[in-house]
Design a protein around this ligand. Structure first.
Ligand code: PHE
Length: 379
């Protein structure tokens, strides 16, 4: 074959493949929804959980007939927990695949990267779990089905004051994470209002491996607890090294702690410590019980908060599409914004005028190597 004809043949087969796949998903018989998630890389349990919850919800919705007489087709892309990928992916999902809405991400920094693209394209985006206030401030097409960190920070400051009886707390923040910096700030504001003192404030860069210098400084300041608003991979190492240097005071943090991986890696080093999150699989509500059963049947494990939030984000979207009667961006946006008294697995919630969910937080403690539900805090 001449080089030219080889090129023609190659192009023809590429177009053949494209039109075949195009035919499968682009014939108007499905409603395409895009999802970006950290399925691999540093925070892989975040994306895996939220994706599984989302997938389970759409499977149920499709089984019961789909929406507007069509099946929902979920197009999921892995951002490998890496900065730069969310923007690429969301661009592709919107311009190449023509999705009508975007679901994602868990980590606030990754949601913040993608949100301006969805906003610009007028394609609604619902974050299942990003709690930094800036995420929905990007614009009126950006929503979330979780609470925000001014609330989470307040909950944990009150917990420190009232339950831990702390007067003097050290804070260890991930300087690379919008989530961590925000949560540290809101915690500090409320803890000061409660009359507490912050004895030392230190930071690290997510993915650091050695935290001994910071932990030694913290130990020197003699606080009665350490607030660590980080993600589980870093928290596991921090807890292990705190134990190694003999810093044996309560450690506590936010939803970023929630991963089975924290228990596996840190083992006894996290025993007795505390964090806030969105819900607990121990909740005995009918919604949670049937979700836990369906999730266990499909994935053979107990769902965490991200799985529950992924599930709720998918149902919020599907119900909004039904109410809107169309998938057209502006009308779908309005329908999502009108979400009120939604009965979710993570509790009953409404979206407020800032497109944030107003709902309770849960506090868990690590006991006997497991996450144990302690209390629910209403907004
Ligand atoms: N709230 C975290 C963030 O905004 C992500 C997260 C949500 C982590 C839920 C664990 C559980 O980055």
């Amino acid at each position: 074959m001449k080089p030219e004809s080889l090129l023609v043949a190659t192009l023809a087969s590429i177009f053949g493949i494209l039109s075949l796949t195009g035919c499968k998903s682009g014939d108007g018989n499905t409603i395409k929804v895009g999802e970006f998630a950290s399925l691999t890389g540093k925070e892989k349990t975040f994306g895996t959980s939220s994706h599984e919850g989302t997938e389970l919800a759409f499977e149920e919705i499709n089984k019961s007939g789909g929406v507007l007489g069509k099946q929902i087709e979920l197009l999921t892309e892995d951002n490998q927990s890496k900065a730069g990928e969310p923007a690429n992916i969301v661009n592709k999902l919107i311009s190449r695949d023509g999705v009508v809405a975007i679901l994602g991400e868990v980590a606030s920094s990754r949601s913040l990267e993608a949100a301006p693209i969805a906003q610009e394209a007028k394609i609604p985006m619902i974050s299942p779990a990003s709690t930094n206030p800036k995420v929905t401030e990007v614009g009126d097409y950006i929503f979330r089905v979780c609470f925000i960190d001014p609330f989470q920070g307040t909950v944990m400051a009150n917990f420190a004051t009232n339950t831990l009886k702390s007067k003097n707390v050290a804070i260890l923040t991930d300087a690379k994470s919008d989530y961590s910096k925000g949560l540290a700030k809101y915690f500090k504001e409320q803890f000061a209002k409660n009359g507490g003192v912050i004895s030392s404030e230190l930071d690290y860069n997510g993915s650091d491996k050695d935290f001994k210098a910071q932990l030694t400084t913290i130990k020197g300041a003699a606080p009665d607890a350490v607030f660590i608003p980080g993600y589980y991979t870093d928290v596991a190492l921090i807890a292990i090294q705190a134990q190694e240097i003999g810093l044996s005071i309560p450690l506590f943090g936010g939803d970023g702690w929630e991963s089975d991986n924290l228990l596996q890696v840190a083992g006894k080093a996290v025993e007795g410590h505390y964090f806030s999150t969105h819900c607990s699989p121990e909740d005995t509500s009918a919604k949670m019980t049937s979700f836990v059963a369906a999730y266990k049947a499909k994935y053979n494990k107990t769902p965490d908060a991200m799985a529950a939030l992924g599930y709720d984000s998918a149902y919020v979207l599907a119900e909004a599409i039904k109410r809107a009667g169309t998938t057209e961006g502006p009308k779908l946006r309005d329908a999502i914004a009108a979400t009120k008294d939604f009965e979710g697995v993570t509790g009953k919630f409404s979206l407020n005028e800032k497109r944030d969910a107003v709902k309770s937080a849960a506090i868990l403690q690590i006991k006997d190597g497991k996450f144990k539900f302690l209390e629910t805090i209403a907004p």
